[in-house]
Ligand binder design. Structure first.
Ligand code: T5A
Length: 230
C-alpha cells in the first residue's frame, strides 16, 4: 500500500490552514475515512506543513520566519534553508508515512519554493528545480490544491490576525510576483494542480475542495462515497 500526498498551496492568508483542517474533519464526517480504511486503501490521515513538519524543521522555520533586527537572511541562504527543511521532512516523515499507506494533507511543498524564491526573489528557476529534486528525491504531490486569492486580500486577512512574519512583511510587489508564480505553475501542471477560488466564503471554498477530493478518491480507489454523509 502506498499512501497519497495532497498539498495545499497559495499566497499569504489564502486560507490553506483553515481548509486543511476542514478537509481533515470532512474526511471523517463524510464517511471516506471508514470506507478507505475498511478496504485497506488508506491506513490513516495525517497533517503536516513546510516549513516545520519535523523537529529539525521547527527550528529551521523559526530561523526563516522570525524577523532579525541585526542581520538580513540572504536570498540564497533562504532558498537553502527551505530545501534543508524539505529534505528532512521528505526522508524523515513523508516517505515513511506514505510507505505505511497514510493520506497526507501538507500545508505547502515544492511549488511554494518556485513561487516565493523563484518568482518572488528572482532566483533562477532551473536552479530551484534542481534543488527541489535534491530535497524531495523526486517525490511529487499526487494532488495540489491551489487556493487562488488576490495577494492583497490575503495580506489584509493576515494583518487582521495580528503581527506579520518576516516573509509576510516583504513589499506588496513581492507578493504579486508570488501570485504570478502560482498562476504560471497551475497553467503548466494542470494534471497535478487544481485551482480553487479562495475569495469565496470559507464554507464555499470547503465545498469546492470536497468536490475535487470526491472525484480524486473515486479515480484513485475506484469507489464512490455514500452521498447522504458530510
Ligand atoms: N515559504 C514556504 C517560502 O517562501 N518557500 C517555501 O518553499 C515554503 C515551503 C510559511 C512561509 O514560508 C514561505 C511562505 C510563507 O510566507 P506559513 O505558515 O505557511 O509560513 O504562512 P502562511 O501562508 O502565511 O500561512 P497562514 O497561516 O498565515 O495563512 P493561510 O494558511 O493561507 O491562511 P489561514 O487559513 O491561516 O487564514 C488566514 C486568515 O484568513 C481567514 C482566517 O480565519 C484567518 O484569520 N480566512 C478567511 N477569511 C475570509 N474568507 C475566507 N474564505 C477565509 N479563509 C480563511
Amino acid at each position: 500500500m502506498r499512501g497519497k500526498l495532497i498539498v495545499f498551496e497559495g499566497v499569504e492568508g489564502c486560507g490553506k490552514t483553515t481548509q486543511l483542517k476542514r478537509s481533515q474533519q470532512w474526511f471523517i464526517d463524510s464517511g471516506w475515512q471508514s470506507v478507505l480504511q475498511a478496504k485497506g486503501y488508506v491506513s490513516q490521515l495525517v497533517t503536516t506543513r513546510e516549513p516545520g513538519g519535523t523537529e529539525v524543521g521547527v527550528k529551521v522555520r523559526q530561523l526563516l520566519l522570525e524577523q532579525s533586527t541585526t542581520e538580513a537572511i540572504q536570498s540564497r541562504a533562504e532558498l537553502l534553508l527551505y530545501a534543508a527543511d524539505r529534505a528532512q521532512h521528505v526522508d524523515g516523515y513523508l516517505i515513511p508515512q506514505l510507505h505505511q499507506g497514510a493520506m497526507i494533507l501538507c500545508d505547502r511543498y515544492t511549488d511554494s519554493t518556485i513561487a516565493y524564491q523563484g518568482y518572488g526573489r528572482g532566483i533562477d528557476l532551473s536552479l530551484i528545480a534542481q534543488l527541489n529534486d535534491i530535497a524531495t528525491g523526486g517525490l511529487a504531490s499526487d494532488l495540489t490544491l491551489w487556493l487562488d486569492l488576490d495577494a492583497e486580500i490575503g495580506l489584509a486577512r493576515t494583518r487582521q490576525r495580528g503581527t506579520l512574519d518576516r516573509i509576510e512583511q516583504a513589499d506588496v510587489s513581492f507578493h504579486h510576483r508570488v501570485q504570478q508564480g502560482f498562476t504560471a505553475l497551475a497553467q503548466r501542471y494542470p494534471q497535478r494542480i487544481t485551482r480553487i477560488d479562495a475569495a469565496l466564503p470559507e464554507a464555499e471554498v470547503a465545498a469546492q475542495i470536497q468536490t475535487v477530493l470526491d472525484q480524486k478518491f473515486a479515480e484513485w480507489y475506484g469507489v464512490e462515497r455514500m452521498k447522504d454523509k458530510g
